[in-house]
Design a binder for this molecule. Structure first.
Ligand SMILES: Cc1ncc(COP(=O)(O)O)c(C=O)c1O
Length: 555
């Protein structure tokens, strides 16, 4: 998407069409006059002066004005269009703020989309999850501050998709990991650190008697599912359908709209049950008697468990010969006592940890009762389970990092701080929403160590457009806040500056409720990760025709 700026045109200004200029770095790119006029026609909106142009529209203009016609498309894409899209999106919108420059991000974005499907290695980090005017790439972080590739600084509240609970570059963790790295990270036989780290983790989790490490959460939850199937001799599993994500693997992705490539048969083996609703789990067991190997859920998300829910769910599982798996990927190292199981006094048969356990360094774990876990070991006479045997599963620097994390949690008030700073933030934001009459439209949810927010439109209905506007306005004010997750590094000053920035963003939100978000939002709204089609809303490279897809056959 390219921005065509019409100079400093007041929003409510008359119909006088401004002189259009393409905002770009001087040396990069120049459109022909005819092309400029066509872009101007598309971009110019009465009363607004400037607007956006879809990549496809730019391409059409450039192709149609080119004498060589369609055959030149590839060349154009590589040269003129590429440079046009990679061009600065510096806009008069941002003048007067400290975030007027995403030029390097803009250029990198195009290369990323050309080299990496989706332009990123986690969908939640992708362009379609952020407003048009957003930092595209982060260069470095320190504590709770990050700097993008253009040098813009943000206080951040995504914390590496919640993988960083102590803060970016936390010295004790860096020292432990780097120290270990210099001694070698992967050997032909196990390292002693594997034993030490497993023992320390087992101490933390009430029901766990054995642990096995791997690199990411999905691999750990998938291992739990395989183990539960082997232990019970059943194929079917059930996941909590009110919770969005457990794994990138087929058993979980088959339940989402983004299930291309997953065999249909998988969907028959994965059922759903509702959170805090025992009757839905009862109905599941009644419908599939003797077939369900395990139920998997997060013990708590935005809503806490109703009293007795988790304990009764566990009993229900056991009465029906199934296991209870608790996924602690997010709750682990964020809930009091380092786990939701401990906090809610529930003992899972199997549980999975990751994210904050390595403070951003890749390490995750499957934990559980000995008689189940041992199926992946050597001390039994049943069929052997291939359980988490990977080349990189126990890299020494990651284990050293996890030990440093656990030591820090043991010696310092980490979890108290996550909650205290979250509470301070919550109080400030709620003060602002009340003052501005926005309590119905902007809502906080979740524990104060792991807050999220909901953005609603003027009918009180959750709205991606308003979410995008909120993100845009907070980015403008120096925040990167897809969620409101605090870290041990968020100081009072960071929180207070955040409250002030959010108050400014909410002032715009308030206006947008009156005159419509389109008057304030630059570009398209964000889109849910789990959607069947990419659609043309995402900025960047043209859609690729994939061989074998319906699009390709139609073309
Ligand atoms: C609850 C939960 N389980 C599992 C996962 C998968 O973890 P990973 O992305 O490390 O594979 C996630 C990731 O966001 C998660 O939130």
């Amino acid at each position: 998407m390219l921005w065509v700026a019409g100079g400093a045109v007041p929003r409510q200004a008359s119909c006088a069409r401004p002189k259009t200029e393409i905002v770009e770095r001087p040396t990069t790119f120049a459109l022909r006059r005819t092309e400029l006029r066509q872009l101007e026609k598309i971009a110019w909106k009465p009363g607004r002066g400037c607007g956006q142009v879809e990549n496809s529209q730019i391409r059409d203009i450039l192709v149609s004005s080119n004498a060589a016609g369609r055959r030149a498309t590839a060349v154009l894409r590589k040269s003129r269009v590429e440079r046009a899209l990679a061009m600065n999106i510096r806009s008069s919108f941002f003048s007067g703020t400290n975030l007027d420059n995403f030029a390097t991000s803009g250029a990198l974005r195009f290369r990323a989309r050309a080299a990496i499907p989706g332009g990123a290695h986690t969908y939640a980090k992708g362009d379609d999850q952020y407003p048009l005017l957003a930092p595209g790439f982060i260069a470095r972080g320190l504590g709770c501050h990050v700097w993008d590739v253009d040098g813009n600084e943000f206080i951040e509240y995504g914390m590496g998709l919640r993988a960083v609970s102590l803060g970016h570059g936390f010295p004790a963790v860096v020292k432990a990991a780097v120290g270990q790295m210099s001694q070698g990270t992967n050997f032909t036989r196990p390292s002693a650190l594997e034993v030490e780290c497993a023992e320390r983790l087992i101490e933390l989790v009430p029901a766990a008697e054995m642990a096995k490490f791997t690199k990411d959460g999905s691999t750990a939850t998938t291992a739990a599912i395989r183990l539960a199937r082997a232990y019970t001799g059943r194929d079917m599993i059930a996941l909590c359908s009110d919770q969005p994500f457990f794994s990138y693997d087929d058993w979980a992705i088959c339940t989402t709209p983004m299930n291309a490539g997953v065999p249909r048969a998988m969907a028959e083996l994965t059922q759903g049950f509702r959170y805090n609703d025992l009757s839905s789990a009862e109905a599941l067991f009644a419908r599939y008697p003797g077939r369900v190997a395990a139920l998997i859920l997060e013990a708590e998300k935005e809503v806490p468990p109703t009293p007795g829910y988790l304990a009764t769910l566990r009993k229900l599982c056991h009465r029906n010969g199934a296991l209870l798996i608790i996924d602690e990927m997010i709750t682990g190292f964020r809930w009091p006592g380092c786990s939701a199981q401990r906090h809610h006094g529930i003992e899972a048969d199997l549980s999975t940890f990751g994210k904050a356990m390595g403070n951003g360094i890749a390490i995750s774990a499957l934990l559980g009762r000995r008689e189940i876990m041992e199926l992946g070991g050597l001390n039994h006479d049943r069929d052997r389970v291939f359980l988490l045997s990977t080349t990189h599963g126990a890299e020494t620097h990651a284990l050293a990092a996890a030990l440093a994390v656990m030591n820090t949690y043991r010696d310092e008030p980490v979890i108290e701080t996550l909650h205290r700073q979250g509470s301070r933030l919550k109080a400030g934001i709620e003060n602002s929403t009340q003052r501005r009459g926005l309590t119905r439209y902007f809502k906080l949810a979740g524990r104060t160590s792991n807050m999220v927010y909901a953005c609603c439109d003027r009918d009180g209905v959750p709205s991606q457009t308003f979410r995008t506007l909120f993100l845009q306005e907070t980015i403008r004010r120096g925040l990167l806040a897809p969620s409101l997750v605090t870290s041990y590094s968020h100081t009072n000053d960071d929180i207070d500056r955040t409250i002030e920035a959010i108050d400014g963003a909410l002032a715009v939100y308030q206006k947008a409720l009156e005159d419509g978000p389109e008057a304030h939002l630059i570009g398209r709204p964000v889109a849910p990760v789990f959607r069947r089609r990419a659609t043309s809303t995402s900025a960047g490279t043209p859609r690729t025709k994939v061989r074998g897809s319906r699009d390709a056959k139609a073309s």
